[in-house]
Write a new protein. Structure first.
Length: 396
């Protein structure tokens, strides 16, 4: 049986995973585009799949498989400009690109971002203080990561709304009326110009370092790297703050505990990544050879999603998997993925998350939901679990 995923699923995927898990660690799903995917639900099975070289990501290979198997059904972008990046690549290309970014993404560079993150967070909270109610996503969760990633890469984004539109269009959206091809074209044109400027006048930032590393990355790969870092460094962190705040507001005792004991916040970030992290399913992979998951053989040439959120609440791996406990030993969650594509930005994301929650709770310890939880709406998205808005009252 193939499950069609719609509104109810995106609002509460965990309820579906709980149900499907009873039938085994893998289920067949589709999003209405005519291309079914296998969704792995189990923690151990998902972790094994993420480390399995028979599950591939090369973008040309993926499109060739889909074109052969489901001719005419998949509407991918007309060109791969901007999409030749490491999350769309297998070794040895992936290895080369990952080495280049690891050289540039140094612990020193990340540590230097701490004051930038703190100042930005405090400035945004100051801006909120005049209001009784705000949409926390718009006022805080979204602008903070944009400012941080733009600082890291020294990208001057004048128009945050357009930038947000591009990134939203390019990360797994299933919503109708989104012109992905146009968003991609505009973002690539913007990035080409920016890289040209960095070539002529390099700065101290991470992209200048990558541009200077001439022998390693060609022009298309540089554009792809910039695009990937901007998108991956942004949409995920926005929704860590959004989903995380909601999880704290759903049960006051969780939030009060962190207000009383802010030293718990780094562990709470880890638990929030497990409990309801922003990446619901890892990005699309395809089987180069048949693989076996539980009792199911997935043939070659099939599309596979690894359910990170599902694995993170697998009761075979985590005791009280649906509960929230920042003091439990939960660090082995799948929120940042696993294997060769493990999130390269995890240390930065952890730092941003810790600063975001500590500054927010310190400034507004009485924050509460401004609407009934049933009124919250979620994006239809194949990768990210994301609220559309998070209306909050800042004080009693
Ligand atoms: C809470 C925030 C974040 C979460 C939950 C997250 C999660 C993930 C996950 C699950 C993957 C693997 C996807 C897959 O295997 O299909 C990934 C990869 C990646 N992430 Fe993150 N991420 C976050 C923040 C960031 C930040 C801040 C950056 C950069 C500044 C970043 C850059 C990347 C890159 C470049 C990759 C691709 C790595 C590769 O292909 O080798 N991420 N992330």
């Amino acid at each position: 049986m193939t499950e069609l995923l719609g509104d109810h699923f995106f609002a509460n995927p965990h309820a579906y995973y709980r149900l499907w898990r009873e039938d085994g660690p893998v289920v067949r799903v589709h999003f209405g585009d005519g291309v079914p995917r296998w969704l792995i639900l189990g923690y151990e099975e998902g972790r094994a799949a993420l480390a399995d070289p028979r599950l591939c990501k090369d973008i040309d290979g993926l499109e060739a498989v889909i074109a052969r198997k489901y001719p005419g059904r998949w509407q991918g972008p007309p060109t791969h400009d901007g999409l030749r990046h490491m999350l769309n690549a297998d070794p040895p290309t992936h290895t080369r690109l990952r080495k280049a970014v690891s050289r540039a993404f140094t612990p020193r560079r990340i540590a230097a971002l701490r004051p930038v993150i703190e100042q930005t967070a405090l400035g945004l909270l100051d801006g909120m203080a005049d209001h009784d109610e705000v949409d926390l996503l718009q006022a805080f969760a979204s602008p903070l990561p944009v400012a941080v990633i733009c600082h890291l890469l020294d990208v001057d984004i004048q128009d945050h709304a357009t930038f947000r539109e591009w990134t939203k269009a390019l990360v797994g959206t299933l919503e109708p009326g989104v012109d992905q091809a146009r968003a991609l074209q505009e973002m690539v044109a913007f990035l080409r110009k920016m890289l040209q400027r960095k070539r002529l006048d390099p700065g101290e930032d991470m992209l200048s370092a990558l541009v200077g590393d001439d022998a390693e990355l060609d022009e298309g790969e540089l554009v792809g790297m910039a695009l990937l870092l901007l998108i991956a460094g942004h949409e995920t962190t926005v929704n860590l703050i959004g989903n995380g705040t909601l999880a704290l507001l759903q049960d006051r005792s969780r939030l009060d505990r962190l207000v009383m004991d802010p030293a718990l916040i780094p562990d709470a970030v880890e638990e929030l990544l497990r409990f309801d992290g922003p990446v619901n399913m890892a990005t699309l992979r395809f089987t180069a050879e048949p693989i076996t998951v539980g009792d199911t053989v997935i043939p070659a040439g099939e599309m596979v999603l690894v359910g990170l959120a599902a694995g993170n609440r697998d009761p075979r791996r985590f005791s009280d998997a649906h509960g929230f406990d920042p003091t439990a030993e939960r660090t082995a969650h799948l929120g940042f993925g696993h294997g060769i594509h493990y999130c390269v930005g995890a240390p930065l994301a952890r730092l941003e998350g810790a600063i975001a929650f500590s500054t927010l709770l310190q400034r507004f310890p009485d924050i509460e939901l401004a609407v009934d939880e049933s009124e919250l709406r979620w994006h239809h998205n194949a990768i990210i679990h994301a609220l559309k808005r998070l209306p909050v009252r800042l004080r009693k």
